[in-house]
Design a binder for this molecule. Structure first.
Ligand code: DGP
Length: 222
C-alpha cells in the first residue's frame, strides 16, 4: 500500500506585536512560490468573521464584557468551528498556516488565573500542529514596536504573564514530543526571522506522510 501525503499543519504563536502576521504572510508566499509550488492557506485565530468571532471581537475592543470562563470557551469554539476546514485542506494536500492557535488560548486565560488544566480542556482533540513556531520577543521589545494599547491584553504586564505560560507550554510540548515546538528569536530583523522560519518549515513543505494527530490526546503534564 502506498502511503498518502497530506499537507502540513504549521502554527505560529507569540506575544502581541511579535511579528506573527507578517511572518505568516511571508511564509505563505514562500510556500506558494517555491520550486515545489505547494498550496498554502493562512487561517487567523481568532477568526473574527464568524458569529462567534464577532462576539470575540467586541470583547477584545472592550465593547462588551464577558466572564473569563465564557470568553475562553468562545475562543475555543472559534477554533472548533474551523477544525473541519483545516482537516479538509490537509487531506487535499494543502499546507495550513495558523496565525495563533490553542496555545494562545491557554496562555491568555491561565495568565488571568484560570486553572491551566481547565484552560487546556476545551481544545483537547483539535487537529494537532506538525510544527509550532514560537516567535520569541521580550514584552518590552513588543511594546516599542507597534504601540500597545488599542485592545484588551495589550499591556506589558499582561504580555509578561502570557509569555511565562507560553514557556511552560513549550517545555511540555518538547518533553512529551507531541508535535514539534521551535523557538525563533523574533527580536531580530524580519528577513532573518523569516530565514529561520523557512529552515524549520522547508522539510514539511513537500507534505507529510504520517497521519495527523489530535491535540493533547495524551496528558502532557504527566
Ligand atoms: P490578534 O488578532 O492575533 O491580535 O489577537 C487578538 C487578541 O486576542 C490578542 O491580544 C491575543 C488574544 N487571544 C488570541 N487567542 C486567544 C485565546 O484563545 N484566548 C484568549 N483569552 N485570548 C486570545
Amino acid at each position: 500500500m502506498t502511503a498518502t501525503t497530506r499537507g502540513a499543519f504549521i502554527v505560529i504563536e507569540g506575544l502581541d506585536r511579535s511579528g506573527k502576521s507578517t511572518q505568516a504572510a511571508i511564509l505563505q508566499s514562500r510556500l506558494q512560490g517555491g520550486e515545489q509550488s505547494a498550496r498554502a492557506v493562512l487561517i487567523k485565530f481568532p477568526d473574527r468573521t464568524t458569529a462567534i468571532g464577532k462576539m470575540i471581537d467586541a470583547y477584545l475592543r472592550s465593547q462588551s464584557e464577558l466572564d473569563d470562563h465564557a470568553i475562553h470557551l468562545l475562543f475555543s469554539a472559534n477554533r472548533w468551528e474551523l477544525a473541519s476546514t483545516i482537516y479538509a485542506h490537509l487531506a487535499a494536500g494543502v499546507t495550513v498556516i495558523a496565525d495563533r492557535y490553542a496555545f494562545s488560548g491557554i496562555a491568555f486565560s491561565a495568565r488571568k488565573g484560570l486553572p491551566y488544566e481547565w484552560c487546556r480542556a476545551p481544545d483537547i482533540g483539535l487537529p494537532a500542529p506538525d510544527l509550532t513556531l514560537f516567535l520569541n520577543v521580550g514584552p518590552e521589545v513588543a511594546r516599542v514596536r507597534g504601540g500597545y494599547g488599542e485592545e484588551r491584553y495589550e499591556m506589558e504586564d499582561v504580555q509578561r504573564g502570557v509569555r511565562a505560560v507560553f514557556e511552560r507550554i513549550g517545555e511540555e510540548t518538547k518533553r512529551t514530543g507531541q508535535g514539534e515546538w521551535v523557538e525563533i528569536d523574533a527580536s531580530r530583523e524580519k528577513d532573518l526571522v523569516a530565514e529561520d522560519i523557512w529552515r524549520a518549515v522547508e522539510p514539511l513543505s513537500i507534505g507529510v506522510v504520517s497521519s495527523l494527530q489530535r491535540l493533547w490526546e495524551k496528558d502532557p503534564t504527566t
